[in-house]
Design a binder for this molecule. Structure first.
Ligand code: ADP
Length: 383
C-alpha cells in the first residue's frame, strides 16, 4: 500500500486546488471534515496530513491533536490565515503540528513542504523497520548462542554416558561367557567392571539432569540469586567431564592455592572450565602425549579469584587475541563452533569478571585467565 497525503478542508474548492497542485507528485486523499479525515486515516496509510485551521465542528488544531494521539507517525501540517497564526504557533510548541503554511500559499511552497514532510515520514518508517529487524535478528542470534551453548555443554556428558554404556554391554557379554564357563573369579571381576561403568554412566546422566535443571533455573532466577561456589569444586566437576580426553592428550598439572570462592552458577562456571580444557586439549593435539602438559591453576589474592588454563600448544597469535572471543570465530572448521569462548566471556562478564588470553610464561602456549570477584571467606592468599 503506497503512502498517502491527506488534505482536509471544509471548502471543496480549496481541496480541488490542493489536489491539482499535488496530485501528479503524490497520492492524494481529501476529506471535508475532521471526522471524515479520521475515517481516512484509519483506512489508509497516511504519511502527511495538511489541514485547514478554520473548519466548523472540529478546528484544524483540534483534529491534529487527535491525529497526534492516534497516528503519532503521521506528519502534521496546518494551513492557516494570518489572524490564526497564534494558534498555529501554540500547536507547534505543543508538538501537535510540525509546520504551518500561511494562506494563500504558493503551489511550489506547498509541494516543497509536502515533499519534505513525506520524506521525513518515510525515513522514520524505514528506521522503525530497521529497528524491528534488528531486534528480531538479535533475538534469533541470542537464541542460536543459547542453543549452541546447551549443545556444547551436553555433548560431553552424553558421550560419557554412551561410552560407558557400550563398555557395560561388552562387559555383560564377557560376564555371560564367564558364567557359562563357570569361572566365578572372572565373573566377579566382570560384575565389578560392570558396576563401575554403570556408576560412571549414571554420573553422566546426573550431569545432564543438572544442566537441564540449571537451564530451567536460569530462566526464572535472576543472576543476583546465584550461589557461592568453590572454584575447586567447579574444577573437579569439569575434570570429571573431560577426564578421558585429558588423559589421552597428556599430563594435567593441577595447582590449587587457597580456597577461592566466587558468587555465580556452578553449572555455568564449569561450562567455562570445560570449554577452556577442551580448547587446551585441541591445542596440544600435535604434541606427543608424553610431552604434552595442560596446567590448571586456581588461586586468589583476596579481591580477585582466578582460574587459569594453560597449555604447551602453539598459543594464540597476537592479532587473534580479541577475535577468538567473537561468536563463530574458529580455526577448527568442521570441528569447532567458535562459540565456546564467546559464551565463556559473556558468562564471566555477567558475573562481574573477565576472561583473557596471553602467552603462558611456563608452558609457552596459551593461558586463558578467568578472574572473578572473590567471595569473602576465601582463606589463604595466592603466593
Ligand atoms: P572453537 O573451539 O569451537 O573453535 P572457541 O570459541 O572455543 O571455539 O575458540 C575459538 C578459537 O580460539 C579456536 O578456534 C582457536 O583458534 C582459538 N583457541 C582457543 N583456545 C586456544 C588454545 N588453548 N590455544 C590456541 N588457540 C586457541
Amino acid at each position: 500500500m503506497s503512502v498517502k497525503v491527506l488534505f482536509v478542508d471544509d471548502e471543496e474548492g480549496n481541496l480541488l486546488v490542493s489536489e491539482a497542485v499535488c496530485g501528479d507528485d503524490f497520492e492524494v486523499l481529501t476529506a471535508r471534515s475532521g471526522a471524515a479525515a479520521l475515517e481516512m486515516l484509519r483506512a489508509y496509510e497516511v504519511g502527511v496530513i495538511v489541514c485547514d485551521q478554520r473548519m466548523p465542528e472540529m478546528s484544524g488544531v483540534e483534529l491534529l491533536e487527535k491525529v497526534q494521539v492516534e497516528f503519532p507517525d503521521c506528519v502534521r501540517l496546518l494551513v492557516t490565515a494570518y489572524s490564526d497564526i497564534g494558534a498555529a504557533i501554540d500547536a507547534i510548541n505543543r508538538g501537535q503540528v510540525r509546520r504551518y503554511l500561511k494562506k494563500p500559499w504558493e503551489p511550489e511552497e506547498l509541494k516543497a513542504e509536502v515533499a519534505d514532510a513525506l520524506d521525513r515520514y518515510l525515513t522514520a518508517r524505514r528506521l522503525r523497520e530497521l529497528e524491528r529487524r534488528l531486534i528480531q535478528t538479535e533475538r534469533v542470534y541470542a537464541l542460536g548462542i543459547v542453543a549452541a551453548g546447551i549443545g556444547h555443554e551436553l555433548r560431553n556428558p552424553i558421550s560419557w554416558i554412551t561410552t560407558n554404556l557400550q563398555h557395560s554391554l561388552a562387559e555383560l557379554a564377557e560376564l555371560g561367557k564367564a558364567l557359562q564357563a563357570q569361572d566365578i573369579t572372572l565373573a566377579a571381576g566382570k560384575v565389578d567392571e560392570l558396576g563401575a561403568a554403570l556408576q560412571d554412566a549414571s554420573m553422566g546422566a546426573e550431569r545432564v539432569a543438572e544442566i537441564v535443571s540449571a537451564i530451567q533455573l536460569s530462566m526464572v532466577r535472576p543472576p543476583s540469586e546465584s550461589e557461592v561456589v568453590d572454584l575447586e569444586e567447579v574444577v573437579q566437576l569439569a575434570l570429571r567431564l573431560v577426564e578421558g580426553e585429558l588423559r589421552r592428550a597428556g599430563r594435567l598439572d593441577l595447582q590449587v592455592s587457597g580456597s577461592p570462592r566466587v558468587r555465580g552458577s556452578r553449572t555455568q562456571l564449569s561450562q567455562i572450565v570445560v570449554n577452556l580444557l577442551i580448547n587446551a586439549i585441541h591445542a596440544v593435539a600435535k604434541v606427543p602425549p608424553a610431552q604434552a602438559v595442560i596446567a590448571l591453576r586456581i588461586g586468589t589474592d583476596g579481591k580477585l579469584a582466578s582460574l587459569e588454563v594453560a597449555d604447551c600448544g602453539p598459543g594464540v597469535p597476537e592479532q587473534d587475541r580479541e577475535r577468538i572471543f567473537d561468536p563463530f570465530f574458529t580455526t577448527k572448521p568442521g570441528v569447532g563452533t567458535g562459540l565456546g569462548l564467546a559464551i565463556s566471556r559473556r558468562i564471566a562478564a555477567e558475573l562481574g569478571g573477565a576472561l583473557e588470553v596471553e602467552r603462558d610464561g611456563q608452558l609457552g602456549g596459551a593461558v586463558f585467565r578467568l578472574s572473578l570477584p572473590a567471595h569473602p571467606g576465601a582463606s589463604q592468599e595466592l603466593s
